[in-house]
Design a binder for this molecule. Structure first.
Ligand code: ZN
Length: 641
């Protein structure tokens, strides 16, 4: 705890609010120069050149710009949580009434998180063995948010109807093996008597998963009656009756890994109930520890709450902290987004992939209906909705650990409540993303099912974005990020979803065309951690560049006037440097993407203008051709480079 207090105090002191009267473009240029490492070659390792001085320039206070904006957010929210409510009251008189009940609930949660000193999870308090039915036991723990112990059960939308909520059932993802290991560690510490039985169960589960794990398992659409008939080894009635409080009518199931589930039912049917109960308790303890926060102080509590209670935190941040910039940012982001869409429309006119008219109109329809949401908040604005959303959660002023359990249970209820809506149809007016309980998203993201890009409000802060900056900064950094997200709609996975977010045979047709497959092969020549990220990266930078400079831009043909805020770098060079700022940081181990330096270097290598913009001498040996998928081929003006 002391370590945390010290760190928090340090961060509080180190926080310097950005003055409104300082020219934001000058600040952005200054930042770029600070991160620059001139001992490196822009042409051979651009990330090192653009970001190589990052740690030295910032005193390594933050690992990257994400951590910086997250800290600014936490600082502002701590002040809000600890400020007096009069400011809130006087402030809201101008507008419609505030969601006061929500505000009180969130403050209660915050108070317990920052004041309660209890840190140990009383695992033995959780459900002792109550029933003889393992499926019912599992459902009781599922109600507290525990998932993917024996099988993964969650509410999502149907693959062929993005507005229809369904229950998806499958084997646990390999990622849950980490929780498994931690549960076994706890077992060793506290339950030496039962160690052998639980370890044996875990080993049996592992073997079962390994035996049945498939790359792309078949998905079946079933009713509850189908489910009971096809997998009679599991008491689904007991499980869902407990979990959905009896609301089982008309629920649709999407089931994968059927053979796994059948054998699982047999295995658990032959396992002692007390072993199953003990293992569930251990796994719930691990979940609560992971949800955290590990060390509690005002800022870590804010980060924890942003992930666990996103609607409440986003609402309060939007309303009381962020509100002034809301309108301006919205307009500018939509302008950038519309320009990107316009340029992608031009790409489609050139039809590099030689798509048929029907395929082309599929892609056009998807592009034209794609939406941008600023802030992960529902359209619904009535305070009554916000007040009632968390109503069923009973947060305590004093017991943080109880609150975490309460919040996790609330999340499971909210997720399953959708099944009670008429025909289980999603209410889009009240839709927002409520996913990871440990770490909230900071970077913009695209959702296939909604055909929507969401920009979290936390992202809209200097140095990532500021409405007062010159457009070259906005179109390179924010434009680059939005173009990356837009491109996710048209890579090999995204293309399968149509404009309404339903999987479509036309998408599959496009993916199977020779031209599309060749473009994928080209992008995969340099090995990538994730092919879809690689594709979104390459097209994203090309699209952002073309949107700002125009198609077939050739910097050799222009004389550039220096910007008032930047005399050294010419516009195209500044564009690349500003784009790279998104990736600057002390290279951490990353999941899902390539490492940031690899990403930047591969991306600029596949933008045919980059070497012209930095006047790179032609390589001694002939370099491989750039990889482009949707971007029209170069016209004659550029080939001479
Ligand atoms: Zn991505």
């Amino acid at each position: 705890m002391e370590w945390c207090v010290l760190l928090c105090a340090f961060l509080l002191l180190g926080f310097v609010p950005i003055q409104a009267d300082v020219d934001q473009s000058t600040l952005a240029a200054l930042q770029i120069h600070k991160n620059l490492n001139r001992s490196q070659e822009a042409c051979s390792n651009f990330w090192n050149y653009a970001c190589g001085n990052y740690s030295a320039s910032d005193g390594a206070k933050y690992v990257d710009n994400f951590e910086l904006v997250e800290d600014q957010y936490a600082q502002a929210m701590v002040e809000f949580m600890e400020g007096d409510l009069e400011f809130v009251d006087s402030d809201v008189q101008l507008n419609e009434g505030p969601a006061l009940r929500l505000l009180a609930q969130i403050r209660t949660y915050y108070n317990a998180c920052t004041n309660d000193s209890q840190t140990d999870w009383p695992e033995e308090d959780f459900h002792s063995l109550e029933s003889n039915e393992w499926a019912l036991e599992t459902a009781k723990f599922r109600r507290h948010g525990l998932n993917a112990v024996f099988f993964d059960e969650r509410v999502d939308v149907a693959y062929n109807d993005s507005l229809r909520s369904v229950v998806q059932l499958k084997m646990p993802a390999p990622s849950s093996s980490y929780s498994e290991r931690r549960a076994l560690q706890l077992l060793k510490l506290h339950h030496s008597g039962s160690e052998a039985e639980v370890s044996r169960l875990v080993e049996q589960l592992r073997q079962l998963e390994a035996k049945h794990r498939q790359e792309e398992p078949l998905v079946q659409s079933w009713t509850l009656a189908d489910l009971e008939q096809k997998i009679p080894q599991i008491n689904w009635q007991a499980y869902f009756h407990e979990l959905l409080s009896g609301h089982l009518n008309g629920v649709l199931f999407e089931v994968s890994d059927v053979d796994y589930l059948r054998e699982l039912g047999q295995l658990l049917g032959n396992t002692s109930r007390s072993t199953i109960n003990l293992y569930l308790r251990l796994r719930l303890t691990v979940l609560l520890k992971q949800t955290g926060p590990a060390r509690r102080c005002p800022k870590t509590c804010i980060h924890h709450m942003r992930a666990l209670l996103p609607l409440g935190m986003n609402y309060l941040y939007n309303r009381y902290v962020y509100k002034n910039r809301n309108l301006v940012d919205n307009i500018q982001l939509l302008e950038i987004f519309d320009s990107l869409k316009g340029m992608f429309g031009k790409y489609l006119e050139a039809n590099r992939l030689q798509l048929s008219p029907a395929q082309l109109s599929y892609v056009r329809e998807k592009l034209s209906t794609m939406k941008l949401r600023v802030g992960n908040l529902p359209e619904e604005t009535s305070p009554a909705f916000y007040d009632s959303h968390y109503e069923s959660a009973n947060f305590s002023d004093y017991h943080h650990l109880d609150n975490v359990l309460e919040a996790l249970s609330l999340r499971t209820r909210l997720q399953h409540d959708v099944l009670r809506l008429p025909h289980s149809r999603l209410d889009l007016r009240r839709y927002y993303v409520n996913d990871d309980v440990v770490k909230a998203r900071t970077s913009p993201f695209y959702e296939n099912e909604r055909n929507t890009i969401t920009v979290p409000l936390i992202f809209l802060q200097f140095p990532l974005f500021d409405h007062r900056q010159h457009s070259i900064f906005q179109y390179s950094l924010m434009g680059g990020v939005l173009a990356h997200e837009l491109s996710h709609a048209f890579e090999h996975e995204g293309i399968l979803f149509d404009a309404d977010g339903n999987e479509s045979p036309v998408g599959l047709q496009i993916r199977d065309t020779k031209t599309f497959q060749n473009a994928i092969k080209c992008a995969a020549q340099t090995p990538a951690v994730s092919l879809k990220e690689r594709l979104a990266d390459l097209n994203g930078l090309q699209l952002a560049y073309d949107t700002f400079f125009g198609m077939d831009h050739n910097s050799q043909l222009y004389t550039y006037r220096p910007y008032a805020f930047e005399s050294e770098f010419q516009a195209p060079q500044l564009f690349h440097l500003s784009y790279a700022q998104f990736f600057c940081g002390i290279l951490p181990p990353v999941l899902g993407h390539d490492r940031d330096d690899v990403r930047v270097n591969v991306n600029v290598a596949n933008l045919r203008q980059f070497s012209l913009d930095f006047k790179c001498s032609p390589p001694a040996v002939e370099s491989p051709p750039v990889c482009e998928m949707w971007r029209p081929t170069a016209s004659s003006t550029l080939v001479s480079a």
